[in-house]
Write a protein that binds this ligand. Structure first.
Ligand SMILES: Nc1nc2c(ncn2[C@@H]2O[C@H](COP(=O)(O)OP(=O)(O)OP(=O)(O)O)[C@@H](O)[C@H]2O)c(=O)[nH]1
Length: 195
C-alpha cells in the first residue's frame, strides 16, 4: 500500500484524562506505540501529527509534523496530515484507540478510489478517526475551518464518503472493541474488561 500514508493524530489536549493519552501504558507498551505498530503492519509510510514538541515522539522513529491550523481539534490534524503527506490518500487513526486492528485497514483502503473519504459506520455510528481521507478533502476542510466549525460530521456531510458498515468489517471477532476510544480515567479503568 504505497499510495497511502498512515497518520496518527496526537495533538489533543487530553483535558478529560488529565494526562497525555498518547503515552498511557497499555500492557508492556503505550497507546501511541501500539497504534504505530498496527499501522506499520500495513503502511510503509507512517507519520505523527501533533502540535507538541517533536522529541516526545522520537522513540517511535516516525516523522512528526505540526498542525498548520491550530485549535481545530482532530480536524486540524487531518488537515496537516493531508497537506504534508506525499501520497494522494491518508489513513487517519486517533491516538486514543488502543485496540485498532490492522486487518480492517485493507477493507477501507481498498474502496477509496473515487471517494473523498472512506469511513466505517457501525450501527449508525460513524468512526471518522479510523478512516481514509483523500487530498480532495482539503478545500472542504479549509472551508469548515474558516467557518470555525470543527465538527467532523459536518465535514463529512460536504464530502463524497463511502460508508463501510459492519457486515463488511466482520473479519475480526469483536468489532466493538476495535473502535473503543479512551477519554477519561473511568474509561481507562473499564479497559480491564476488554484486555
Ligand atoms: N494533531 C491534532 N490532533 C488532535 C487535536 N485535537 C485532538 N487531536 C487528536 O484527536 C483524537 C481525538 O481527540 P479528542 O479526544 O477529541 O480530544 P483531546 O483534546 O485529545 O481530549 P479532550 O481535551 O479530553 O477533549 C486524539 O487522538 C487527539 O490526540 C489537534 O488539535 N491536533
Amino acid at each position: 500500500m504505497t499510495e497511502i500514508t498512515g497518520v496518527i493524530l496526537a495533538g489533543g489536549k487530553s483535558t478529560r484524562m488529565g494526562m497525555d493519552k498518547a503515552f498511557i501504558p497499555i500492557g508492556q507498551t503505550t497507546m501511541i506505540k501500539k497504534i504505530a505498530s498496527e499501522l506499520r503492519k500495513v503502511f510503509s509510510r507512517v507519520m505523527v501529527v501533533s502540535n507538541k514538541r517533536e522529541f516526545l515522539y522520537q522513540h517511535l522513529g516516525l516523522p512528526v509534523v505540526n498542525d498548520l491550523r491550530s485549535g481545530c481539534g482532530p480536524l486540524g490534524g487531518i488537515h496537516a496530515g493531508l497537506t504534508f503527506a506525499d501520497t494522494p490518500y491518508i489513513f487517519v487513526v486517533a491516538c486514543d484507540m488502543p485496540f485498532i486492528d490492522a486487518r480492517l485497514i485493507p477493507v477501507l483502503v481498498g474502496t477509496c478510489s473515487g471517494y473523498d473519504a472512506v469511513v466505517p459506520r457501525i450501527k449508525e455510528c460513524m468512526e471518522p478517526l479510523f478512516a481514509v481521507y483523500s487530498k480532495s478533502c482539503l478545500p472542504s476542510i479549509e472551508q469548515v475551518i474558516d467557518n470555525k466549525n470543527f465538527k467532523l460530521v459536518d465535514l463529512l456531510s460536504r464530502l463524497k464518503v463511502n460508508y463501510i458498515d459492519e457486515s463488511r468489517l466482520n473479519l475480526v471477532p469483536d468489532l466493538k472493541r476495535v473502535f473503543i476510544n479512551i477519554n477519561t480515567p473511568r474509561d481507562l479503568l473499564e479497559l480491564v474488561k476488554y484486555s
